[in-house]
Design a protein. Structure first.
Length: 643
């Protein structure tokens, strides 16, 4: 844990954007609060001093009196405001019937029809009468506020929603801007040293590094500089890491974006991000643009039956930008994918991603190197055996191994160890491979016994058959979804397996259920073997359909839907009759496997009992403990495939 996972720091780069949008949001709220406060204050200051309420009849009497004290009557709706002579604000108020006029109620407008001096004189004697529209300025403000505020609220709410929706990956307010992360030279650098193994890929990429370092050298000789480099390989093999290492080695800025981020964008945004990304990279040349998981936008245009138009626009924009590069732009575009076969062919044409670098699953010595990288900086006990771990982890990717190293540290911390012990490493490996032990799940005695015989069956069949791998460990402690586990150790990494090895794998997978059947009878068939049977079905099918290993279909393969053509009746590129032959061949393989397992276990009944017994006693048996028990097991002639 002392070593930080570089992945985290990649994500950490854009971590400050959400708080920015938060600030803007809270800013808006503050603005609204200020507006409301201002309106309230205006309202208060605007309020006239309290008026005395007087009856209307009284007002009318005083208004009709030439010596009356009223200077002005202002009628607003049903409110009658009275301003006394010598005052400039109304001090009394009254109410009139909303429908009737003051005239109807007895107020005579004495100055009506008068003009000039006469009117002036009259107005000094009798009150002027003013009719105002029933408008209250404060009412207008309130009205406007009531109409506008909800709209503002809705707008804010929606923009907030949109931000939430895109927050997962694009926390940016500027939709069209690429939020490609840039690693300047001062960022913690990744170099080829951080990428263990994969020597061939590093070799290929050294040339790219050299070009980025001294482009002049190549230009002088008129060499065409590669524009696009495609890193291809299984997930977790270190493609992303490798791309960053190239940038680190060359000491140039690195602009990275992931294809999966484009998938979440609104129409048109993907393409504009691409444009932005390329223009940034050109400004900072020499530099690297890295498009991770490019298959997410660049899958074959026909492969998904009308691929999204957005993806297509994004892809087209990438192609346009790459075609528009000058030879001396100094920008190299790298991309990574685990599915080269899925990529649109247009991407792979000369001038685009024409350099391919394969990043492969690590071999044993590379696995050891990767483990060393990830255990470096962690406190480790002397008994930790990384060689053994490297041996056990055939088929694991660099990411898997990094994960084991991290799990080992976590396990050690949980166990209260000062340093990582080998037991922590073993536990971590098993956790990562099949899931955590479920010590708490109590099996009843019968279940434990069935499990013990089941696992013993796998172990014995696997041990006895000549082309199977050695048994490494057997346990009846439940883990993940399984009741127990029998581990076989692949002795060496091999690219090919022969038919005998595959048939032995089928037989040992059958060993579990067959052992149950031999001990508990045919009616004791349990569900404990379902994953074994699934594995058998899958392996047998691929042996027939993909590998041409059927007895009657030797060297014939049967592609599925992906063959590109199919018969109408079967929906597959072969006939009903062929389908039957395939099914029969698959059944034959699994029957043969069951028969061989049965032959072996019947011939080794004593060993089976002994092993099951030991398992019930100890729950887990390691290689050294298994050896003395298994040494008595023998291979019956009938189970041999070749003499
Ligand atoms: P990919 O992009 O191929 O899926 P990544 O580059 O994301 O794989 O690898 C994930 C993690 O696995 C890396 O961050 C690193 O910790 C580890 N890893 C993978 N390959 C290697 C390697 N060859 N050497 C060291 N670490 C590796
Ligand atoms: Mg990756
Ligand atoms: Zn099993």
């Amino acid at each position: 844990m002392a070593q930080q996972n570089p992945k985290n720091s990649v994500n950490g780069m854009s971590g400050n954007t959400p708080s920015k949008s938060n600030m803007i949001r809270s800013g808006l709220f503050t603005l609204i609060l200020i507006c409301l406060a201002a309106m309230l204050i205006i309202n208060w200051t605007n309020k006239t001093p309290a008026k005395v309420e007087v009856p209307l009849s009284d007002v009318i009497t005083r208004a009709n009196d030439p010596n009356g004290d009223i200077a002005k009557i202002t009628v607003i709706g049903s409110t009658v405001d009275i301003t006394l002579k010598g005052k400039d604000q109304p001090t009394e108020t009254s109410r009139k019937d909303a429908s009737g006029t003051l005239y109807e109620q007895g107020l005579i407008n004495h100055c009506e029809k008068l003009e000039g001096d006469e009117l002036k004189k009259c107005n000094e004697t009798y009150p002027t009468i003013e009719y105002k529209e029933d408008v209250n300025t404060w009412g207008i403000v309130l009205d406007v506020a009531l109409t506008v505020l909800p709209i503002i609220a809705v707008v804010i709410f929606f923009s907030w929603m949109m931000k939430q929706a895109t927050a997962a990956n694009s926390q940016s307010l500027s939709f069209g801007k690429s939020k490609a992360r840039m690693y300047g030279p001062d960022k913690k650098k990744v170099t080829f040293k951080d990428v263990a193994g994969n020597e061939a890929a590093k070799q290929d990429l050294t040339e790219i590094v050299d070009f980025l370092k001294s482009p002049k050298k190549y230009e002088k000789l008129g060499a065409k500089i590669p524009r696009g480099v495609l890193l291809a390989g299984d997930p977790g093999t270190g493609k992303t890491l490798m791309a960053r290492a190239v940038a680190g080695e060359a000491d140039v800025p690195f602009f990275s974006i992931s294809g999966s981020e484009f998938a979440e964008m609104f129409v048109g945004v993907g393409a504009s991000r691409v444009r932005d990304l390329f223009s940034k990279a050109k400004k900072n040349a020499p530099s690297i643009i890295f498009i991770d998981e490019i298959d997410a936008v660049a899958h074959k245009r026909d492969a998904r039956g009308g691929a999204g138009r957005e993806d297509e626009q994004t892809l087209n924009q990438i192609l346009v930008e790459m075609d528009g590069f000058d030879n001396d732009s100094g920008v190299i575009v790298m991309a990574a994918t685990n599915r080269v076969d899925m990529l649109d062919k247009a991407l792979l044409r000369p001038g685009r991603f024409d350099r391919h670098v394969n990043v492969t699953l690590p071999e044993r010595k590379d696995r050891l190197e990767i483990l060393k990288v990830h255990f470096k900086g962690k406190p480790v006990e002397a008994d930790v055996d990384l060689e053994a771990l490297a041996k056990k982890t055939a088929g694991s990717s660099g990411a898997d191994l990094a994960n084991i190293a991290n799990e080992a540290a976590i396990t050690a911390a949980r166990e209260g160890h000062k340093a990582i012990a080998n037991s922590d490493v073993v536990e971590a490996f098993e956790r990562v491979a099949i899931g955590p032990e479920r010590k708490s799940k109590v099996m009843n005695e019968k279940e434990r016994k069935i499990t013990a015989y089941h696992e013993a069956g796998h172990a014995i069949v696997g041990h006895v058959l000549p082309d199977s791998d050695p048994v490494h460990k057997v346990t009846i402690i439940p883990r993940g979804q399984t009741g127990g586990v029998t581990w076989f150790l692949p002795p060496e990494d091999r690219s090919y397996k022969n038919i005998y090895e595959l048939k032995d794998i089928l037989a040992r997978a059958m060993g579990g259920r067959i052992a149950e059947k031999l001990i508990f009878g045919t009616d004791a068939i349990t569900t404990g073997a379902s994953s074994d049977l699934k594995n058998v079905a899958e392996l047998a099918k691929s042996m027939i359909v993909e590998e041409g290993m059927g007895d009657n279909t030797r060297n014939l393969v049967f592609p599925g839907e992906d063959a590109g053509y199919y018969t109408i009746t079967t929906g597959k590129p072969y006939s009903e009759k062929t389908a039957e032959i395939i099914d029969a061949e698959i059944k034959k393989l699994s029957d043969e496997a069951a028969a061989r397992a049965e032959t072996v276990l019947k011939a080794n009944k004593k060993v089976l009992d002994k092993l099951a017994d030991e398992l019930l006693k100890h729950e887990t048996l390691e290689e050294v403990e298994l050896k003395p028990i298994l040494k008595d097991a023998k291979l019956p002639l009938a189970a041999k495939l070749y003499k």
